[in-house]
Ligand binder design. Structure first.
Ligand SMILES: Cc1cc2nc3c(=O)[nH]c(=O)nc-3n(C[C@H](O)[C@H](O)[C@H](O)COP(=O)(O)O)c2cc1C
Length: 328
């Protein structure tokens, strides 16, 4: 049997399969089930920064801290200020998870005083904190560099308030993700999750209205993550975690070959039910045995750009081949 246990941000994992943040991980009974199905780690559903601000304002009775706009925002969305419930969720998840690390998640857009809450997350027993930084350019005048500085400021502020290892879940739309990741590592991030999958909208032409696009990923959605993990493995001072489009053990193994420390799964669980996790891990082990791979930690990164030292074979040459019909 191949060795599939590994270490993520200093936390021992029995295998590299992390259940990603979603509604699934918002329920303590699901956490228990996921642990018994073999999850390597679990990221809880994200709490919104606005929920924390609203909570801090209410418990501290601090006029300075009051953010009426945050409360109004939550009210408009029909979201309750659930920060204290979130701490409760962490405690319950930790109690039922045994050695499986529970990772808290915050969806944030600023480094306002919500970052004080990181300490409470730590006290509730979370073993790490994942920041889903949901910044989006609002105008053509906004510079890419300014957005990156905001991301860095958040990570700097959070990292001085907690000893928890910090993972940053990034979207794919940065000119040079490697440069940002390198600076994030300098700001205190131990890992980056590549990539977040943003909400999509669509149009319904019959009614001329905006409607939600597909919520779940498909098995073909993993290529950008594969590209960037293979590109950056060994070049940045940060662990890389693969996310989006991981629907099979084979794709998970490709991500480890590219250089991923671990992989996150979400849509597959929605589509096939939680039980698929156990099968995924079994198939992953079977793949390793079939390929005589003894230890994923020795195998990691063997197909990265760095290990192969022929960057052109990944990008330019494949591109030319594809466009000149050389793939037939
Ligand atoms: C219904 C649903 C809810 C989600 N909620 C969160 C969330 O609270 N926080 C977060 O960081 N990502 C959230 N995600 C994104 C997932 O964690 C994951 O990154 C994304 O779906 C891509 O992985 P996948 O291809 O395996 O689905 C959500 C995804 C779905 C489908």
């Amino acid at each position: 049997m191949a060795i599939i246990n590994t270490t993520y941000m200093g936390l021992p994992l029995r295998n590299p399969f992390i259940v990603a943040a979603s509604g699934i991980t918002n329920a303590p009974e699901n956490i228990q089930k996921l642990v018994s199905l073999g999850a390597g780690a679990i990221v809880l559903k994200s709490l919104f920064e606005e929920q924390i601000r609203s909570y801090l304002a209410s418990v501290q009775q601090d006029l300075d801290m009051a953010h009426p706009e945050a409360e109004a925002f939550l009210e408009n969305l029909g979201i309750e200020a659930g920060a204290s419930e979130y701490l409760q969720l962490i405690r319950r998840a930790v109690a039922s998870a045994g050695d499986v690390p529970i990772i808290a998640s915050i969806n944030c857009i600023s480094s306002s005083r919500w970052v004080d809450f990181a300490e409470q997350i730590e006290q509730a027993g979370a073993r790490a904190l994942e920041l889903n930084i949901a910044l989006w350019p609002r105008s053509p005048q906004e510079q890419g560099r300014d957005l990156e500085e905001q991301v860095l400021a958040i990570v700097r502020q959070v990292s001085v308030r907690t000893k928890l290892p910090i993972a940053v879940k990034l979207g794919p739309y940065y000119t040079n993700p490697g440069n940002l990741i390198e600076r994030l590592a300098g700001a205190g991030a131990r890992s980056v999750v590549l990539f977040n999958r943003f909400y999509r909208f669509d149009f319904k032409l019959d009614s001329m209205t905006v409607i939600p696009g597909p919520t779940l990923s498909s098995p073909q959605d993993y290529y950008e993550s594969l590209r960037w993990i293979a590109n950056l493995y060994g070049k940045v001072d940060c662990e890389l975690v693969a996310a989006t489009g991981i629907h099979s053990a084979e794709t998970a193994l490709k991500m480890i070959a590219a250089g991923a420390t671990a992989v996150q799964v979400c849509s597959l669980l929605y589509q096939k039910g939680l039980g698929v996790l156990e099968r995924l891990i079994e198939e992953f082990s079977a793949h390793l045995d079939r390929r005589n791979i003894e230890d994923i930690n020795a195998f990691r990164g063997c197909l990265s750009y760095m290990a192969n030292n022929r960057e052109a074979s990944y990008e330019r040459l494949q591109y030319i081949r594809a466009l000149t019909g050389g793939l037939e």
